[in-house]
Design a protein around this ligand. Sequence first.
Ligand code: ZN
Ligand code: ZN
Length: 410
Amino acid sequence: MTTSFVFTGGKILDTTEGILRDDLEVLVVGNTIAEVAQTVSRPEIAQVIDLAGKTLMPGMIDCHVHVVAENLDLWGNMIAPSSLSALRSARVMEESLQRGFTTLRDLGGADHGLVLGVDQGLINGPRLIICGKGLTTTGGHADLRKRTDDRPGIMSERLGSMGLIVDGVDNVRAACRSFIKEGAHFIKVMANGGVSSPNDPIHSIQYSRAEIEAMVEEADNAGLYVSAHVYTDKSIRRCVELGVRSLEHCNLIEPDTAKLAAEKGCIAVPTLVAYDALALEGEALGLGAAEFAKIDTVRSGGLRSLEIMRDAGLPMAFGSDLLGELRKYHCMEFELLAKVLTPAEIIQSATLVGAKLCHLEGKAGIIAEGAFADLIVVDGNPLSDISLLQGDGMHMPVIMANGRVVKSRP
Ligand code: ZN
Ligand code: ZN
């Protein structure tokens, strides 16, 4: 028998308008929101959830995670047996769900097996949107080999690997086709230097124009898009010109590029907390001067980049990009965004904008008929107090994912 729920007696957060609505009930049947009305129909078997004045909002979307990076030892993750990585990934996913994230977009690592694991109820986790592995050049951001390590590649066949080393247009095309065949929802490219990688300065440009063009074409042929890891204005502009749609990080973006990206219909995914968490924990993690210098470069541009992107009308989706144990800082991203954005803007980034990037418009990030029953009950009004979304779900007595109650605090 299909399970039904009626949510009544509270306020409904309208993510489109950025307001709370009174006097509305929500009927959930199976995994779908079946009705939103003043008085919804009540199937006999419906379980009534009295909101008692609290707020009902859609489950949130984190558009930049790496669920296989359960451990900060990225090399250790990569060489771990895939069975172990799958169990570790399940832990990461389940923790995110308990913080109110009912959809995660994985930017490198997760495979179709994890998607099925959620679908089949083996993982009590959020819906997963995947890209396969992040494409990286030799020496690029996802090439974890030290300078003295000349082994031919990385163990990209294992689940715990976030990247795949691919050079050359033909090889890039073949890799894209494999990922798409294996269920990728988009293609990820490392197009710029990175913080966690050993050999590539932040300002290095990665992949040729022809290679990125090939990725864009292969993705587009499948009705998908390319997402790029980018920090510097130069690398962002190049990707925008080449047709990349999803711009990760963007810490060092300048106003003209942000305007161009907005005109081209791009979406940016700032991930400020990743660098704040590294700055907080870096010493304990044994990071050296070179790594700290890289962190400082991108961290110092973070808040300015938010202002630039907002002023340019470039939509931003919520992202975190926390690796390993740093995921305990997940909710700190709200606090950082709040230094520049309004609570309504932040909530929209974690719902509507994220849904667009996941190709889930009308299905996720919204309380509307026909949408997935991804719902959170919040103790108060997050439009006036964004900190209610922090604290690892502390202010969320009920969390429902795809019609299943995954948290219920009496
Ligand atoms: Zn990145
Ligand atoms: Zn990432």
